[in-house]
Design a protein around this ligand. Structure first.
Ligand code: FNR
Length: 181
């Protein structure tokens, strides 16, 4: 059976490298996986005062998470940690605790950066937050896609052959991981 994977992109930038990589994951995924980006740009700041009476955009977003079988976080690194917009989206998805939309589902983390380290710091802080939200995060393979400007072809959209190969391997492992649940 085809599994639905909600992709959460941790950048709101129009020309985001992370969004480009997320779109490449969509292109490269096997027919057993249906990958879709769940938008986080319209979410207001999380506020515990309103978690039991949330605004419509929080509910719409949580419904998309509830409908997913798995989660793929594709994010930049900001100051060696999680971008605020992604952390906000993680909080909203996880509250109130009885309605934690992440709970018990498999997930994976990919970080993308123009820098050489590939967002490794961010990758591990996202893993920690996701694990606390009760996402079962795939341990291996890790995915730090650094020097992304050198890995995109001239169209500025498609990744080069080597990166594509890595992404296919990652997706195969993720599919196996998802099917364990
Ligand atoms: C960055 N950037 C960055 N890069 C990195 O590899 N490690 C880091 O710690 C940071 N810190 C950081 C902080 C802030 C506030 C900004 C705006 C940027 C650079 C970042 O990787 C770059 O802007 C990417 O292009 C952002 O990802 P998207 O938007 O292209 O997906």
């Amino acid at each position: 059976m085809q599994k639905k994977v909600a992709i959460i992109v941790g950048s709101l930038r129009k020309e985001s490298f992370n969004r480009k990589v997320a779109n490449e994951f969509i292109r490269l995924a096997s027919e057993n996986l249906k990958l879709e980006i769940v938008e986080i740009k319209d979410l207001s700041f999380f506020n515990e005062d309103i978690e039991n009476n949330p605004p419509k955009e929080w509910l719409d977003y949580k419904k998309q998470l509830n409908d997913a079988d798995a989660f793929l976080f594709v994010s930049p690194e900001y100051n060696r940690t999680i971008p605020g917009v992604l952390k906000n989206a993680m909080e909203i998805g996880g509250r109130p605790p009885k309605l934690n939309s992440w709970k018990g589902k498999p997930g994976a983390v990919v970080t993308v950066s123009p820098g050489a380290i590939g967002g490794m710091g961010s990758n591990h802080t996202i893993r920690a937050a996701a694990a606390n939200l009760h996402v079962s995060v795939m341990a291996q393979p890790e995915a730090y896609i650094g020097l992304i400007k050198d890995k995109l072809l001239e169209d500025g959209i498609t990744v080069d052959e080597k990166t594509e190969k890595f992404m296919r391997t990652f997706l195969e492992a993720f599919e196996t991981w998802i099917n364990r649940f």
